[in-house]
Design a binder for this molecule. Structure first.
Ligand SMILES: [Zn+2]
Length: 158
């Protein structure tokens, strides 16, 4: 099949999260709470799923108007899409572009898989150490459970 260039709504200012593994854009959007953010601010969000990519086989892409990402939001992107690139767009052109970096610590965005963990019984914000970046392996700050792969489940906002 021939390479099809991306055509997705252009934004005048905001950020573009590119090189997301195919199928992960909606998860990122949900963990970041982009839907609620769009509703609140009136800014548009464009999500492209399963685009052709030169570096990955298939990729997703997210464009968010008038948004800059906080450190916590960048960390979420890095956990789910460690190869992602973030571009800042101002007046229609890219002013900054960088790759995300997997953090050493993860905040209250992941659920501890140990059902006896205090974080699953009390209102305690989750906290994890990144013990391995590839494959991503987390260790709970409270119960010290180490886990990776499908056991890493994210807290999704609506
Ligand atoms: Zn735990």
């Amino acid at each position: 099949m021939k390479y099809r260039p991306i055509t997705i709504a252009k934004i005048e200012s905001g950020i573009v999260i590119d090189h997301i593994p195919a199928g992960k854009a909606l998860l990122i959007s949900q963990v970041l709470g982009l839907n609620a953010l769009a509703r609140k601010t009136g800014n548009i969000i464009a999500i492209g799923i399963h685009f052709d990519s030169k570096s990955l086989e298939k990729k997703d892409i997210i464009k968010v108007e008038n948004l800059s990402l906080t450190r916590n939001m960048l960390n979420v992107v890095a956990l789910i899409a460690p190869m992602a690139t973030i571009s800042r767009i101002e007046e229609g052109s890219v002013t900054e572009k960088h790759k995300v970096e997997v953090p050493d610590n993860v905040g209250d965005v992941v659920i501890c898989p140990d059902r006896f963990c205090i974080t699953n019984h009390e209102q305690v914000p989750c906290k994890f150490f990144v013990v391995d970046k590839s494959p991503l392996t987390l260790k709970c700050h409270y119960c010290e459970t180490e886990f990776f792969g499908p056991l890493i489940r994210y807290k999704e906002k609506s």
